[in-house]
Write a protein that binds this ligand. Structure first.
Ligand SMILES: *Cc1c(COP(=O)(O)O)cnc(C)c1O
Length: 457
C-alpha cells in the first residue's frame, strides 16, 4: 500500500495531519496544507461555548454584515502607524470627540481623549493621570509623594486592583452592604486624605449592573473640600453605563456636567456595540492629562501626541466604532439599548415570579440584573447548581459571591446584550423555570464539592 500523503486529494480527516493528534506544545517540524491546519483549529474551537448564549460577558458578540465587511477591509491596520494610516488616525479623533460631546464636555475642542484596547487600559490611563497630577501638586508644595491612595467601591472591576498593584497606589475600598448597595458618598470622608489621588465612580457595577450615584459622590466630595480644602477629582468607570445612560437615562447627571469628573472611560466592545478589543478614555479638559505622560509619534511629516500602554494595536475596531456611530446615530443607539433593556426587564420580572428567588435589582440601570435565593428557601440546592443545570442546555448564567463584606451572599446574574432577542429570552426563562422546578423537586441535597464561581470581575 502506498504511503498516505498530505495532499489536496486525500479526503479530510484521513490526511496525516488530521489522522493524528495535533502538536500541542512544540511547533511541528513539517508544513501542512492550509486547509488541514484550518480544519484542526476550527474543530478544536467547536468545544468553546456559543458566545451568543453566554450571558456572563458584557462584551459584544454580534455585529451586522457591513461591519464584518469593514472588519475584513481593515484588519491589517495598526493603530500606532498614524503616518501610514492618517485617515484611521483622524477617525479615532472623530470618535473620542463624539464621545466628549455625548458625555457633555463643556467644549469638545479643548477636551482630549484616545482609543485603547479596552476599559482596563483606559482606566489605567485615567488613574495614571490622577497620580501624576497629584505628584506634581505635592512636589510643587514641597510635600511627600510616597504614599498615594485611590478610593473606590469594594465592588470595582479587577482592573482597578491591577492599577493599584502595578503602579504602587494604595487601594482604599469602601465596602458595599445591604443598606449601601453601591458607593454613594456615605461616610466617604473616612477614606479621603491629602494622599488621595482621586475617587472612582462606576456606571454599571459589574456584580449587579447598578449605577453609582456620581452626583451624590461629587456632592460628598464638595462637602469634604469645604471642610478640608482637599479638591478630589472623580474618574467615571463607565465601561458599560457610559454607552447606556446617554441614551436611556439622559436626565441622570453622571458625566462632564459634573465639574469634578475629570475623565470618563468606556469599553467600545461592550454597549459601544463593537467586537473586542476597544476602549475609550476622555478628559474633560486637556489640562487634566499631564503633558509629561504624553509621547509623540510621527504623523504626516509632523508629530501626533499619544498616551497608551500598548504600542501596536489593531486599528479596525476604531473604524468599526465610527461605523456604528454613523450607522446607528443617537436614535439607533437608543433603540438598540432600549430593546436590550426591555429584554432585561422581561427576564427579571419573570424570575421575580419564581418563588425561589429575590431580585437584587431589575435591569433598569444598564440591562443587567442579579438575583439571589430567598433566605430559607431550600437546603437542597444553591445557585451554582442552577448555573450547572442551565449550562447543560447551552446557557451560561454565572453564579458568584458578592465582594468582601457581602461575600456570604451568592447571586446569579444576566447581562442582556444586543443579540439576545425577546424570542431567545423566552426560551431562557422557560429553561430557568424548568430547572428550578427540577431542583425544587429534589428530596435530598445536591453535592456541593467542586463548585466554583462562573464569573470573575
Ligand atoms: C468590563 C469592565 C472593565 C474592564 O473592561 P475591559 O474592556 O474588559 O478591559 C472595567 N470596569 C468595569 C465597570 C467593567 O464592567
Amino acid at each position: 500500500m502506498s504511503e498516505r500523503l498530505d495532499s489536496d486529494e486525500t479526503p479530510n480527516f484521513s490526511r496525516p495531519g488530521e489522522a493524528t493528534v495535533a502538536a500541542r506544545h512544540r511547533i511541528p517540524q513539517a508544513e501542512s496544507l492550509p486547509d488541514t491546519a484550518y480544519q484542526i483549529v476550527h474543530d478544536e474551537i467547536m468545544l468553546d461555548g456559543n458566545s451568543r448564549l453566554n450571558l456572563a460577558t458584557f462584551v459584544g458578540t454580534w455585529m451586522d454584515d457591513e461591519a464584518k465587511k469593514l472588519y475584513e477591509d481593515s484588519f491589517d491596520k495598526n493603530m500606532i502607524d498614524k503616518d501610514e494610516y492618517p485617515q484611521t488616525a483622524a477617525i479615532e479623533d472623530n470618535c473620542w470627540r463624539m464621545l466628549a460631546n455625548l458625555w457633555n464636555a463643556p467644549d469638545a475642542a479643548t477636551a482630549i481623549g484616545t482609543s485603547t484596547i479596552g476599559s482596563s487600559e483606559a482606566c489605567m490611563l485615567g488613574g495614571l493621570a490622577f497620580k501624576r497630577r497629584w505628584q506634581q501638586a505635592r512636589r510643587a508644595a514641597g510635600k511627600d509623594t510616597s504614599s498615594p491612595n485611590l478610593v473606590m467601591s469594594s465592588a470595582v472591576q479587577v482592573c482597578w486592583e491591577k492599577f493599584c498593584n502595578y503602579f504602587d497606589v494604595e487601594p482604599r475600598f469602601v465596602p458595599i452592604s445591604e443598606e449601601h448597595k453601591t458607593l454613594d458618598g456615605h461616610g466617604l470622608e473616612q477614606y479621603i486624605d491629602e494622599n488621595t489621588i482621586g475617587v472612582v465612580a462606576i456606571m454599571g457595577v459589574t456584580y449587579t449592573g447598578m449605577y453609582e450615584p456620581v452626583d451624590e459622590i461629587a456632592k460628598a466630595l464638595d462637602a469634604i473640600q469645604a471642610k478640608t480644602g482637599l479638591d478630589i477629582p472623580i474618574h467615571v468607570d463607565g465601561a458599560s453605563g457610559a454607552m447606556i445612560a446617554p441614551f436611556l437615562q439622559p436626565d441622570t447627571v453622571w458625566d462632564f456636567r459634573l465639574e469634578r469628573v475629570h475623565s470618563i472611560s468606556t469599553s467600545g466592545h461592550k454597549y459601544g456595540l463593537v467586537y473586542p478589543g476597544l476602549g475609550w478614555v476622555v478628559w474633560r479638559e486637556a489640562q487634566w492629562l499631564p503633558d509629561d505622560l504624553v509621547f509623540k509619534v510621527s504623523y504626516l511629516g509632523g508629530e501626533m501626541p499619544t498616551f497608551a500602554l500598548n504600542f501596536s494595536r489593531p486599528g479596525a475596531q476604531v473604524l468599526l466604532q465610527y461605523y456604528a456611530f454613523l450607522r446607528l446615530g443617537i436614535d439607533g443607539y437608543t433603540a438598540v439599548q432600549q430593546a436590550s433593556q426591555d429584554v432585561a426587564k422581561f427576564l427579571s420580572a419573570g424570575i421575580a415570579k419564581i418563588g425561589a428567588f429575590e431580585l437584587w435589582n431589575d435591569g433598569s440601570d444598564i440591562p443587567v440584573f442579579a438575583w439571589r435565593l430567598k433566605a430559607g428557601h431550600t437546603k437542597n440546592w444553591n445557585l451554582y447548581h442552577l448555573q450547572d443545570r442551565l449550562r447543560m442546555k447551552g446557557w451560561l448564567v454565572p453564579a458568584y459571591p458578592m465582594p468582601d463584606d457581602l461575600a456570604d451572599l451568592t447571586v446569579q446574574r444576566i447581562v442582556v446584550r444586543n443579540g439576545l432577542s425577546m424570542d431567545l429570552a423566552e426560551d431562557l426563562l422557560e429553561a430557568i423555570q424548568t430547572e428550578t422546578a427540577y431542583l425544587d423537586a429534589l428530596e435530598s441535597p445536591m453535592p456541593v464539592e467542586g463548585q466554583h464561581p462562573g464569573f470573575h470581575h
